[in-house]
Design a protein around this ligand. Structure first.
Ligand code: PDD
Length: 286
């Protein structure tokens, strides 16, 4: 069965979905996107993803082409039309098709595209072992809070870790931790969970919020504040979070062990709580 995608009002097999070459998503990377994890056929934190989509659209001045109710219906439909209980729904909105001109075109319809792939969360062995990460200077732009499809910086930075045989590239700007190429970052020092605040230098992760909520509810010591590069390099634990990675322990950084080189005790607790949270809030609802 080929994947069914959604493009501008119609569902169709992926092979039949085509976008004109003058689409501003293609020409300028002029659009925004969301990745929504789906557990037991239910989109996780849909309201929060739609709120972030609205924020991104507002920031780049595209009118939201759908109401939240319409998005919910379309997302429900794409989930239903694709196989698998657990999926990863990708949606993107671009400014639309127009003659190439940097200035915004008038009276164009945004292009709306949606697809779904199987949700591949880290295998148990990877959760057990943790992953290697490298570091790099965060040279992206100053609007990293917009979930923009202009991801060249992120792709170049991610490829550095691929080249090094690592799972992610953790980023520093002016001596401070921002995030990783496609995830948010938490560290643990002396039993305290630390992560940078949401600002224009990081993507406001939905998983980041879930992890903070769980941590606070379970009375972890939590500090949301600027985290220095030195604090990351000397951390007892480092975690990366995203909709597809969930929570993953980083066990080497630039080839050096993090803590004792194994996933730490707070990670183990958080990972178990995250899985519990999924079971309670998603699987049972299904
Ligand atoms: N990426 N930071 C960046 C730069 C990201 O690209 C992502 C997610 C996150 C985590 O956000 P969330 O918890 O909402 O998934 C942080 C998605 C998964 C992607 O681009 O595929």
């Amino acid at each position: 069965m080929s994947d069914i995608v959604y493009l501008n009002g119609k569902f169709m097999p992926v092979e039949e979905a085509h976008v004109p070459v003058l689409d501003r998503g293609f020409i300028f990377g002029d659009g925004v996107y969301e990745v929504i994890p789906v557990y037991s056929k239910h989109p996780f934190r849909l309201a929060e993803h739609l709120r972030r989509l609205q924020y991104s659209l507002d920031k780049i001045r595209i009118d939201n082409p759908c109401s939240d109710a319409e998005w919910a219906r379309l997302i429900g439909e794409i989930i239903r039309r694709n196989a698998g209980e657990d999926q990863s729904v990708y949606l993107q909105v671009t400014r639309g098709v127009a003659r190439r001109d940097h200035a915004f075109p008038k009276d164009v319809q945004p292009t709306v595209f949606m697809m779904s792939s199987p949700l591949v969360t880290p295998a148990p062995a990877l959760v057990e072992s943790g992953v290697a990460c490298i570091t790099a200077q965060d040279y992206r732009w100053l609007n990293c809070d917009i979930k923009s499809v202009s991801l060249l910086g992120n792709c170049l930075l991610r490829q550095l870790s691929v080249d090094a045989g690592a799972a992610e590239t953790i980023l520093f700007r002016d001596g401070r931790l921002t995030e990783a190429s496609a995830s948010n970052v938490f560290i643990v020092r002396d039993g305290v969970l630390l992560t940078p605040p949401k600002d224009n230098l990081v993507l406001p992760g939905i998983t980041y919020d879930v992890v903070l909520e769980i941590a606070r509810a379970r009375e972890f010591q939590v500090e949301v504040r600027a985290v220095t590069e030195a604090e990351v390099r000397g951390a007892d634990e480092i975690w990366v979070t995203s909709s597809t990675k969930e929570v993953l322990a980083v066990t080497t950084l630039d080839g050096k062990p993090v803590g004792d080189g194994r996933p730490g005790p707070l990670f183990r607790r958080m990972h178990a709580l995250y899985q519990q949270f999924k079971r309670d809030h998603m699987r049972k609802a299904a």
